[in-house]
Write a protein that binds this ligand. Structure first.
Ligand SMILES: Nc1nc2c([nH]c(=O)n2[C@H]2C[C@H](O)[C@@H](COP(=O)(O)OP(=O)(O)OP(=O)(O)O)O2)c(=O)[nH]1
Length: 372
């Protein structure tokens, strides 16, 4: 199963999602961003969690970073928001069907003209979210079960806390079907759009009415209450989207291939389960630069674990051997070639069940043995 990335802006949002996860492990991106990777307590889905801070800009950049690093099945944004419609109550959940970037426009002599930008939630993700809502299967022991509303969400660069301000008039006039207002949805939607339309769903717990009463509702602790519901919905949706990602991939490929190659025939590529006495030798391109090869291997090792091909204990042991190999490579000790080769061979033993990793290591070991 591919992981699902969940991004949050506020600490209390991060905590609400974190409470849904078990077996957390810290993953440090090369540029310093910290991700926590774990599994849903009540599910099988692997979740990558990050705190991106407030605003569309950092949400977009860090969403892009998370997508490149983890190749998720989907990305969810979970947080609080202000309600823009009177029928939406504090504590309700709003799931975006669209995200409006409401700041777009052109300022002219006769006034400000709207130039909206809008992203639609992917059909598959929207269908799954609506189904979860209809069946009520998402709410667990939340009592009372909050209402879930589907509709557009307006994302801009301001916290709206007024019914009277220019922003309030602007949004109600030009985006009057928007259910809620927040500050990150447009950034993550754009990141999804630029990544082959990766499914992105924005899920918001309503913690105020965007009408000048935010301080009072914040004091009444509506933010943690509202985001707890949003996180519960997001966890249920993540589980479904992760499973859907695997189904989509496997249904594109027949599960079983009956092999009819005989004698000395070579089979170049064979996907699925292979029946028959055929030897498949993976062709691995020979790496030329050892440090680079180890960096690349580390990310494929992680991916194999993320995809469920390696269990947690094996992955950790393999990581430890890989670090030993790194140290041997960087060190100046006289027998560094032997230490390096030994660590790599132990590593190959650990990942032997994943043929592609083992083959890659064979090539890396050959390179290590040619070290002077
Ligand atoms: N509940 C609510 N959340 C909003 C609104 N606008 C908005 O951007 N959000 C979401 C997106 C932001 O990540 C975050 C902003 O809320 P906040 O409580 O941090 O707002 P603030 O900056 O006024 O808070 P503070 O740090 O001044 O206390 O919540 C809104 O009007 N109501």
């Amino acid at each position: 199963m591919s992981p699902v990335v969940i991004l949050t802006a506020l600490d209390l949002e991060y905590q609400a999602v974190r409470e849904k996860l078990a077996g957390l492990r810290l993953h440090r991106h090369s540029q310093g961003t910290l991700f926590e990777v774990g599994r849903l307590v009540d599910g099988r889905c692997q979740v990558v969690l990050a705190h991106v801070g407030k605003g569309n800009l950092s949400a977009a950049v860090l969403a892009e970073r998370a997508i490149a690093e983890f190749r998720p099945a989907a990305l969810l944004f979970v947080g609080v928001a202000g309600a823009l419609h009177a029928h939406i109550a504090l504590g309700d959940v709003v799931v975006a069907t669209h995200v409006y970037a409401f700041h777009g426009g052109t300022s002219q002599d006769d006034g400000f003209k709207s130039r909206p930008r809008v992203w639609e939630t992917s059909h598959v993700a929207d269908q799954i979210a609506q189904h979860l809502h209809r069946t009520g299967a998402w709410a667990g022991d939340l009592d009372p079960r909050p209402q879930v509303h589907f509709g557009p969400i307006a994302a801009g660069e301001v916290v709206l806390n007024s019914r009277l301000s220019e922003h309030a008039h602007w949004i109600r006039e030009h985006y009057n079907d928007a259910r809620a207002i927040e500050m990150e949805g447009a950034g993550v939607a754009q990141a999804g759009h630029l990544n082959r339309a990766l499914p992105v769903v924005v899920i918001r717990g309503i913690s105020d009415r965007a009408d000048g009463t935010k301080e009072a509702t914040d004091r009444e602790q509506w933010q943690p209450r509202a985001v707890a519901s949003a996180a519960t919905f997001a966890a249920a949706l993540a589980e479904e989207l992760s499973a859907e990602g695997s189904t989509t991939r496997s249904s594109a490929m027949p599960e079983t291939n009956r092999n009819i190659a005989k004698g000395n025939a070579h089979v170049g590529v064979q996907a699925g389960i292979v029946h028959g006495g055929v030897r498949i030798t993976p062709e691995t391109s020979r790496p030329e630069d050892l440090p680079e090869a180890l960096v690349g291997f580390r990310s494929r090792l992680w991916q194999a674990w993320a995809d469920g091909h390696l269990d947690e204990a094996t992955y950790k042991a393999a990581e430890a051997e890989l670090s030993a190999a790194d140290q041997a490579l960087e060190g100046e000790m006289p027998d560094r070639r032997n230490a390096l080769t030994l660590a790599l061979k132990k590593l190959r033993g650990l990942v032997g069940d994943v043929a592609a990793l083992a083959a890659e290591l064979t090539a890396i070991i050959a390179l290590a043995q040619s070290l002077s």
